[in-house]
Design a protein around this ligand. Sequence first.
Ligand code: MN3
Length: 194
Amino acid sequence: MRYELPKLNYDYDALEPYIDAKTMEIHHTKHHQTYVDKLNAALEKYPDLQGRPVEELLTDLPNLKVEEADRTAIKNHGGGHFNHSLFWKYLDPANKKDDLLVKEITSTFNSIDEFKKQFSDAATKLFGSGWTWLARDAKTSKLIIQNLPNQDSPLMTGLQPIFGLDVWEHAYYLKYQNKRPDYVQAWWNVLKFI
Ligand code: MN3
């Protein structure tokens, strides 16, 4: 089974003016497609791994019986495929507020505003390319804000991702150029969960 680019439930211009249609189209059809293609290519030698959910590959990454160069490719492109699939899902304009999550965030970070401040701060300070995540520690079930480089996923660190913000320049440069903080602030308007 080959991995496929997931369809979006909304149009590329649905997140305007916060995320522009051109960025959405390139991000989905070029960047995400490339992660999918390269993940498929990395697994060509390993038919037994091809049908596995990408979450499993990432969680199990250190134990996969693969060559080291292929492990790196699975990490980068499997991570890219998984992270972006999640990213599109929670930007769906049809999403409803998740009251339970709002409650949990409020009790962990004191208020939604304080949470947004800490998350935005982390996303703004992340050096280079990567993602800022809200994740859950499976052992303590605590919520954590986590910065990770490249296409690393919280799954690789034993955490369960809830949502993340892509701060690679390809996610915002067309509209926001070097102004990452403006993109981070705009993104809260299209995240419908909280
Ligand atoms: Mn991206």
